[in-house]
Design a protein. Structure first.
Length: 330
């Protein structure tokens, strides 16, 4: 396998409308100190001229004709890539010029790498860094909404890379399979991260690789559609991976998340999403016990939850995680 510095890198960008975001992203990619070898834009049936804009910018465009979801769009892009590494990028991110160069300089034995994501509207605050997942089947975008600071400036090994902006060895998808298209959008990266973690495929967090994220610029952070998708996919995540795990943390985690959704005026969307998840869980391909044991997953979840707890103690808890750690330990 070629070294990261010598490897070919393809950017895969799923997009649905918002040509303004795509234009900013292309301006950012154009000034990378280590240019991408190929850029693939997967257009999910945009009704504006996003696809035409991407072609004029020199990207290879896959026109899907309809919105098939983030996971399916990324899969089509990876299938078309001719590279050793694939960078999965949302259309609402921009980068410091040395972003890709810094990630490729990470340790050679890492299977993926992510950098520091700052809020585009307030760069003094984090949009996120790396992900963790609790025994309650709820994911944590570590650092999200917190002030940037020393706790987030330490390079470290990670189990979960947010597919907002991260690079992955293409071999990883050959070995572990594509993103699960049943998820559509949201938590498909956590599902993939669980598969990586149990297989012992770790990545690297590189805080000096800085990007800026608008955050749910297409659907909205607490839109009813976003809440519906997350609520549904939490059920799918638990159905696929959490068989044999303790039930109380899952119940506590989901009920608390529902209360947060209710506070944002999205209680009906949360309930509807849960019902859809129960229905759709019948067709999800559950992880076989031949792939890993309940003990394997328990070790991953316990270690991941311990990281959420440690980071909360160091940088402060939001109301959800404070309540979760109190309830889940009853």
């Amino acid at each position: 396998m070629p070294t990261a510095a010598a490897a070919r890198v393809t950017a895969v960008i799923p997009t649905w409308n918002r040509r303004d975001l795509l234009l900013n992203l292309f301006d950012s990619l154009a000034v990378q100190t280590r240019p991408f070898d190929e850029i693939i834009v997967v257009d999910n049936g945009s009704t504006d001229d996003s696809a035409d804009l991407a072609e004029r910018a020199g990207a290879k465009v896959l026109r899907l004709g309809q919105n098939v979801g983030f996971a399916a769009a990324v899969n089509r892009g990876i299938e078309s890539a001719e590279a050793d590494w694939v960078a999965i990028l949302n259309n609402d991110v921009t980068f410091e010029p040395d972003w890709l160069e810094k990630l490729l300089a990470a340790p050679e034995d890492g299977w993926f790498a992510s950098g520091k994501l700052l809020q585009a509207g307030d760069p003094s605050r984090l949009d996120g860094t790396f992900d963790e997942v609790s025994r309650g089947a709820c994911a944590s975008r570590c650092g999200s909404g917190k002030p940037d600071g020393p706790a987030w400036n330490q390079a470290r090994r990670i189990r979960f890379a947010p597919m907002t902006a991260a690079i992955f060895r293409r071999q990883l998808f050959r070995d572990l399979g594509d993103l699960d298209e049943t998820f559509g959008s949201y938590l498909e990266d956590v599902d993939f991260g669980l598969r990586c973690a149990v297989a012992g495929r770790e990545g690297v967090y590189v805080p000096s690789a800085v990007a800026y994220h608008r955050g749910s610029a297409t659907l909205g952070g607490w839109s009813k559609d976003t809440v519906w998708r997350i609520a549904r996919n939490q059920v799918l995540l638990a159905a696929k991976h959490f068989q044999g795990q303790p039930r109380w943390p899952i119940v506590a985690g989901q009920l608390l998340w529902g209360l947060i959704a209710l506070r944002h005026g999205c209680g009906a969307a949360f309930l509807s999403g849960k019902l859809a998840g129960i229905r759709d869980a019948r067709r999800i391909e559950r992880v076989s016990t031949n792939e890993y044991t309940s003990k394997d997953l328990a070790e991953v979840l316990e270690a991941s939850e311990a990281n959420i707890l440690a980071l909360g103690r160091e940088t402060g808890f939001d109301s959800y995680w404070r309540a979760y750690f109190w309830l889940s330990r009853l």
